[in-house]
Design a protein around this ligand. Structure first.
Ligand SMILES: [Zn+2]
Length: 402
């Protein structure tokens, strides 16, 4: 491998890669301007990245001067990551390319409460990785719980029955690849920033609805984690003291009203659902025009907006992105949620876009993979030491290809 011949070239190369990862395809002129580099340096660095197979020339687009400028972009298959989403009773595994494309997915039964749960997970991941480690940058895992730090990966998750579970340590030892662990909603926010609607928005918030309720925010391009990974944990904020019983043991949590079980309880109390029926039945009733079922969704939406308004006002995001498996019934939340939110926000904040995400079974796991794929482009180095290992693998691969 030849030497760059320019001082600090690794750093410059990373800056260029990070820019393309964050912003998408860009011309050399744009990168020189935005990164405050000389056009000659950008040309030199991009020439080398192209030769290494990490960056490729794309189409020509009109530049500011009117002359067409060639855009450069990341090569989608220059790197890949495996993502795993853990739930109490199953795991979803995906293989995702650097450009966000899911090339493989698999769902497996999993009992998080079983004494050998972590061994089982290691075995599942191990066999999924059997398919090949070429271009593999690492493994990302997301959990419905609080994670101290992605680089460490100690998990507290009541849903899984885990307290201070050193998941990251176990997985790194057994898989021998970089492993990042994160709360599932935060991982989703990372994916939004990397491939989704957050790409062009340095400030946005993610709301997830479904079994539970989740919230995460990105401010100035940085995922907010708080002091111990608990930022955005709104599910068990008490919205009604001595109110409805929550699965966590408290009474009156937000989730007890807007989570799937909370909706089902309200449906049964209103006589809309029979004892064994759940939120799916409530949705199909609302779909077919049942006014009482629709009213239950509308009331939940009001509660949700009420709880969320102070967070939105505190963060002032460009948009609120709605995701989660519960989005299939969002049409029954939407009107009530938007009007309740608007009524509770300051005048000038009321037109905040509330945008629904496309959702499928792999979306959570894709978020987990995004933790790894975003690591090379993470200027704030949230991923810590694992980020360096991911970077080394990205460059190792490009060297072999050169
Ligand atoms: Zn609770």
């Amino acid at each position: 491998m030849e030497d760059d011949g320019i001082a600090g070239s690794d750093l410059t190369r990373m800056e260029v890669l990070a820019f393309l990862g964050r912003e998408g395809p860009a011309s050399r002129a744009t990168m020189a301007r935005e990164l405050d580099l000389s056009p000659a340096t950008v040309s030199q660095v991009t020439r080398r990245l192209i030769r290494q197979g990490v960056v490729e020339p794309l189409y020509f687009a009109p530049s500011e001067g009117g002359r067409p400028g060639q855009l450069l972009g990341l090569v989608g298959d220059a790197g890949r990551a495996v993502g795993a989403k853990l739930a109490a009773d199953h795991v979803v595994l995906v293989d995702v390319r650097l450009d966000g494309q899911v090339t493989e997915s698999q769902a497996e039964p999993f009992d998080a409460m079983a004494p050998d749960a972590v061994e089982k997970l290691m075995a599942l991941l191990g066999s999924f990785l059997q398919a090949g480690r070429a271009q593999l940058l690492g493994v990302g895992v997301c959990v419905p719980g609080v994670v101290d730090h992605p680089d460490v990966g100690d998990v507290n998750a009541e849903v899984l029955g885990w307290a201070r579970m050193p998941l990251g340590t176990h997985l790194r030892k057994s898989l021998d690849v970089p492993v990042l662990v994160e709360n599932d909603v935060k991982a989703l926010a990372v994916a939004e920033r990397l491939f989704g609607r957050g790409r062009s928005r340095p400030n946005f918030a993610v709301l997830t609805v479904g079994r539970g309720v989740g919230f995460a925010s990105v401010c100035n391009g940085v995922l907010q984690r708080g002091s111990n990974g608990g930022a955005g944990e709104i599910a068990h904020v008490v919205v009604s003291p001595n109110g409805a019983q929550c699965a966590c043991g408290q009474r009156g949590c937000l989730e007890a009203y807007v989570g799937a079980e909370g909706l089902a309880v309200a449906g049964r109390a209103a006589g809309v659902l029979k004892a064994a029926q759940g939120v799916e039945r409530l949705k199909s009733l609302a779909d077919s025009g049942d006014a009482r079922a629709r009213e239950i969704f509308a009331r939940a939406a009001q509660r949700l907006a009420q709880a969320l308004a102070p967070a939105i006002a505190a963060l002032n995001p460009d948009a609120l992105l709605v995701a989660g498996e519960g989005t299939d019934s969002w049409q029954h939340w939407d009107t009530s949620f938007r009007s309740s939110l608007a009524r509770r926000l300051p005048n000038w904040m009321r037109d905040i876009p509330v945008e629904l995400d496309e959702w499928d079974d792999t979306s959570w796991a894709r978020g987990a993979a995004a933790l790894v794929l975003a690591a090379p482009f993470d200027r704030n180095a949230v991923a810590g030491e694992q980020r360096l290992r991911v970077l080394a693998r990205l460059h190792g691969r490009s060297v072999r290809r050169a």
